[in-house]
Design a protein around this ligand. Sequence first.
Ligand code: PHE
Length: 451
Amino acid sequence: MSEKRSSFTGKVGFVMAAAGSAVGLGNIWRFPYLAAKYGGGIFLLVYIIIAVTFGYALMSAEIAIGRKTSLSAIGAFRQLDKRFGFIGYLASVVPIIILPYYSVIGGWVGKYVAAFCTGQAHAAASDGYFTAFTSAPVEPLIWFCVFIGITAVIVLLGVDKGIEKVSKIMMPILVALTLFVAIYTACMPGAWEGVLYYITPDFNKFSATTVLAAMGQLFYSMSLAMGIMITYGSYMKKDVDLESAVSQIEIFDTGIAFLAGLMVIPSVFVFSGGNEEALGQGPGLMFVTLPKVFDNMTGGSFIGAAFFILVLFAALTSSISLMETIVSIFQDKLHVGRKMSCLIVLGICLLLGVPSSLGKGIWNDITIFGMDFFDFCDFISNSVIMPIVAFLTCIFVGYIIKPQALVEEIEGSSAFRRKKLFIVVIKYIAPVCIVLILISSILDTLGIVTI
Ligand code: PHE
């Protein structure tokens, strides 16, 4: 990646690249199923509050750290204070855990593209199709290998610029199509109840786990707490308005997640009733409900095919940025060439991706703390390591290098209207909240106490 340093020409280039990494399966697949599971409106509300406070402060801090040091995570923390290089290492573990299972879902999307393109749209909408596919021993593995293989080839050939160009055209179409599907779904009989479930907060459903899930999702969706935004910041020119770039990425990312929820959740009400079980399905939600919506539409197989192709592109831009990050870390730390580094990453992905995929099928009964391997990878990265990295980053910025060091960096290019908010969140609110939520939710998950 080093040859790309400071290659973003201006704010638009930076925002587009960062948004390409941020917008992906997290927004379209993960956000709706979490919102459905954690009470709809209350999850949405908590998410938005966290996005404009924690999300804003943390993203500004990470990009500013990167721009100030012109280094990626590991080097950046070390340069600012020798004793804290370990935060960079910890952050770097996250993409390694995420990429394998991310590719499993990428593979699922690939399967749905193929199904919709080969006239199996109706079959894909039938009950049990998704479970039959994901629990089969071989087929999901093949799709997983195809997805990770494409990602690796693009990273290896360095043709990600081409992909990014294509996705710049695809992304706006994806937004338009998502909006169309959301409106279509909302107009179906029974959907309104789902829309209300999604936008009206029910405070009885509030718990520490809701907050932790929303926080994990925020980090995941905005590619925070894993060193990625630090790397992107290191490529950002000094005169690009950092504050407004952060606002734009946040609005874009949250906007797409919101639309995806609006598309998926009401369709759960239309097709499966709004009962707890249907809402709490988890990772399969989008794959189960959307084909039913498409099956109901005139021209639905065409629209469905277009939709899954666009999602596949969004997923690829994200998986490429994940793999690129890991490859460059291994290149630097293990002193190996790019090809070798790519191969090592591919090996790790296969090693962790295969059990993730099988965890949804024949290895379903092999569990860690009650979770299959897929869910465990998701939990340990989003709900444990990322909050810890975020906490350490706040302590590091708030008390070690002091917020002023980054305020100066940001003020170099921006009016920094939300400076006070930045300082208060980084120093006090974020660290306290993260610790409380992390502890209570881990105890809860391990079944020690229920809060
Ligand atoms: N933010 C991406 C998404 O929402 C996932 C991702 C995380 C991508 C980290 C790159 C790096 O899907």
